[in-house]
Design a protein around this ligand. Structure first.
Ligand code: NI
Length: 277
């Protein structure tokens, strides 16, 4: 395994052998500046670490363009394009018009990362975030494109919009209760789980990991963020997904390999992609 990814001689043996290409990371940000110094080396090493698919999410027009450029370069990587609620304050009026042509690119397979983030007091105004999300949900439903959603401390407003638009898609980095997961799955949505399931105080993500129906679970990194234990605090990468899979497997009473195989099939179905041979 590559030292670029793990960087630690004390690394544990990964729970899955890297020669089986069964890791599908449904949410990452390799365009992030955290990868500026070694992006090509990190991405080139992923297939050898067992990665067969990555959805790279933009959060504004610029990062969506970067996601598309990466998708053109790596056959195992696809782009999601969208304008995140956090960027709503910085978004320009014409940005949504600029988004539609990006969505038409063949390597764009989803509209995301979009959503609502009410965590920061000085964040984008909530009404602006809601309008931006609503307009993008309308675009996604009209074009039958899956959405990749972010919801931080905005469950009520998110739920109202989802009931109204009923998009296909995934709630990424799901942090809610089993009851909320049940509502989303009832709408036909997928639940994305990542490194948070490995954190010491992870009670709700663990309950959700045990509950989600096998055909509705996706696994993700949110790289460079949300790094699973025992690498918490370091930069994340899709090659670390086996640690998240191991925890999910434990609570579901199956093997990490089974978790990876089912989440790979689910991602392929939702995004309509085939992993390169
Ligand atoms: Ni993200």
């Amino acid at each position: 395994m590559d030292s670029l990814i793990f960087g630690s001689p004390a690394m544990q043996k990964p729970p899955v052998t890297p020669d089986s290409h069964i890791i599908f990371d449904s949410h990452a940000h390799y365009d992030d500046r955290a990868f500026d110094s070694d992006r090509e080396a990190v991405l080139a090493a992923l297939p050898d670490a067992g990665v067969c698919g990555v959805i790279n999410c933009g959060v504004d027009i610029r990062s969506s363009q970067k996601a598309l450029a990466l998708a053109a370069q790596y056959p195992f990587l696809w782009a999601a394009v969208g304008i995140h609620g956090q960027e709503a304050g910085r978004a320009k009026p014409g940005d949504l018009d600029g988004l539609v042509p990006l969505l038409e690119e063949p390597r764009a397979v989803a509209l995301g990362e979009i959503g609502l983030d009410y965590h920061y007091d000085d964040g984008a105004p909530r009404d602006v975030q809601r309008e931006l999300l609503e307009r993008q949900l309308a675009i996604a439903v009209e074009r039958d494109v899956p959405v990749i959603l972010h919801d931080r401390e905005a469950h009520e407003d998110m739920w109202k919009l989802l009931q109204r638009y009923k998009p296909r898609g995934v709630m990424h980095c799901f942090s809610g209760s089993v009851e909320m997961a049940r509502d989303l799955v009832g709408l036909g949505m997928y639940i994305g789980l990542g490194g948070a399931v490995t954190f010491k105080n992870a009670r709700r993500p663990i309950e959700v990991a045990a509950w989600v129906p096998a055909d509705r679970l996706l696994i993700e990194t949110d790289a460079p963020y949300m790094t699973p234990a025992p690498f918490r605090g370091k930069r994340n990468s899709s090659a670390l997904i086996p640690y998240t899979a191991e925890k999910i497997a434990q609570v579901r009473g199956i093997t990490p390999e089974q978790v990876l195989r089912m989440t790979k099939e689910n991602a392929k179905r939702l995004f309509g992609v085939e992993c390169p041979a």
